[in-house]
Design a protein around this ligand. Structure first.
Ligand code: NAD
Length: 218
């Protein structure tokens, strides 16, 4: 917002949007849309209210219930796929129709696309986001629209609230100061949305303090 963007925050949770508005500076150009990103009608209606669009950040996602591959239910599996994959597909497909040359899409994937203990369905969807990012980058390149992704490590948000004490202790040990603040990811998005960052196409910027490098092996 401080970069001059008019930000429209969309979420299916109106309380989360209210909290965001209250925590943002009063003068910032921020508006909100309550919608489910998997509801194409709601996405189209929200985009119509916007007019043109310069940047889409596909951030909505769910981690799903923690469980092993052997115990996950089909309903749970489908739910995570629907939000994390279908949501990005629908929002991107509709948004790109309203973007001109110079537009950008940034998808929020996850460093856990490499391997995702206890949430295998979540990790799978984030791998799919990386694949879709590359395919969209190739297709939309001819329209002058960049598509890239950010792969966060552990970020201090409500998504982390489902972690056990043991998992929290592990994160406290492998990160310099525990899970990272969301601002770290906002900075990566800001870079990919900048005129310089838009030169990147189909890339994922992993921001995880190197924890996916196999640090436990050293
Ligand atoms: N927190 C982490 O450690 C972490 C790590 C890697 C990637 N990510 C990714 O970052 C993104 C943001 O997650 P977060 O950590 O802020 O989690 P969060 O749970 O705090 O926020 C996710 C938001 O998405 C919204 N949402 C979920 N399904 C939706 C839908 N169908 N339509 C509209 N809104 C919907 C929720 O209401 C919630 O406000 C997600 O894509 C997540 O997978 C998070």
């Amino acid at each position: 917002m401080e970069d001059g963007w008019h930000v429209v925050a969309a979420d299916r949770d109106s309380d989360a949007l209210d909290a965001l508005v209250h925590s943002s500076p009063g003068s910032a150009p921020l508006s909100t849309e309550v919608m489910d990103v998997t509801d194409r009608g709601a996405v189209v209606a929200a985009l119509a209210r916007l007019g043109t669009l310069d940047l889409l950040v596909n951030n909505a996602g769910i981690a799903g219930k923690r469980c092993a591959v052997g115990t996950i239910s089909e309903a749970e599996f489908r739910d995570v796929l629907r939000v994390n994959m279908l949501g990005i597909f629908i929002a991107s497909q509709e948004a790109v129709r309203r973007m001109g040359k110079g537009g950008a899409i940034v998808n929020i994937a996850s460093a856990s696309y490499l391997v995702s203990p206890n949430v295998p369905h979540y990790g799978m969807t984030k791998g799919a986001v990386v694949g879709l990012t590359r395919s969209m980058a190739l297709e939309f390149r001819r329209h002058g629209i960049s598509v890239n992704a950010v792969g966060p490590g552990a970020i201090d948000t409500t998504m982390q609230s489902a972690l056990s004490d043991e998992q929290r202790a592990h994160l406290a040990r492998i990160y310099s100061d525990g899970p990272m603040p969301p601002d770290v990811i906002a900075a990566a998005v800001r870079y990919l949305a900048s005129s310089e960052g838009r030169r990147a196409r189909g890339q994922m910027l992993i921001v995880d303090e190197g924890t996916s490098l196999g640090i436990d092996l050293w």
